[in-house]
Design a protein around this ligand. Sequence first.
Ligand code: CP
Ligand code: NVA
Length: 305
Amino acid sequence: MAKHYLQFRDLTREEYDYLFRRTAVIKERFERYQPYHPLADRTLAMIFEKSSTRTRLSFEAGMHQLGGTAIYLNTRDTQLGRGEPVEDAAEVISRMVDIVMIRTFEQDIIERFASHSRVPLINGLTNEYHPCQILADIYTYIETRGSIQGKTVTWIGDSNNMCNTWLQAAEILDFNVHVSTPPGYEVEPERANLYGTDHYESFADPMDACRGADLVTTDVWTSMGFEAENAARQKAFADWQVDAEMMALAKPDALFMHCLPAHRGEEVAAEVIDGPQSVVWEEAANRLHAQKALMEYLLLGKVED
Ligand code: CP
Ligand code: NVA
């Protein structure tokens, strides 16, 4: 049976330790211009039902860098957009390529694809989760500051796909999340698919959530697929902007992360995202290397060379 990566919980702590080590090796080779082609002759199909810059580029460039080929498909000009059942698409696509990445709406869609796929399937973002982003974010934290175990990550804003994935990661890698969302946008533990509530704490006041944080992170107020709620969200989230005042309550060496794209003046002040504590460019760049390690692992298992 193919090994899939549909949510952060799909891998163990031991597998993440391996992936973070492997990401560093693959990144170092890339930076030395050392060719590394373990996926020669392998093909990745990337299916996008939502927009993307980073995810498309990092998977496509990453597959090329590992010696393979990537094919971009979107809903608009495939039969998926004309009602072909996702199960049928999975049967066909997984007979033609070696690995698949999907960005779509409900998690149920990728679960259904996975159950009919002969090859590994990677979640490139759903309404519920964004595991590849958190993989890169945690790698970036470790690369910059060392182990994340026991640290405090503060999540400010919407309890969206990024927030849910941080909460899952906290359980697996044993760190804490302080969450502050506006009323009506709270975490739904069932949707986040958590084991319990031990690894996170909710705060009504976002300032309180930032106290003592090792990492402060946020995301757009309106995620893709929720555009109809934009006007209401702009009002509800107005006090949930990460600004210098909030960062001042975190630890002096706290990092700031954002998965991007960002809206300066909404969820984050320009002085924070463009300031000295921000690692957003490293975070984006690490998508490339973390996902190469992930694809290598799903296709070849552990490689220690
Ligand atoms: N962070 C992220 O997934 O970016 P894209 O939407 O550009 O892929
Ligand atoms: N939460 C955002 C992340 C974009 C990368 C969205 O789903 O639109």
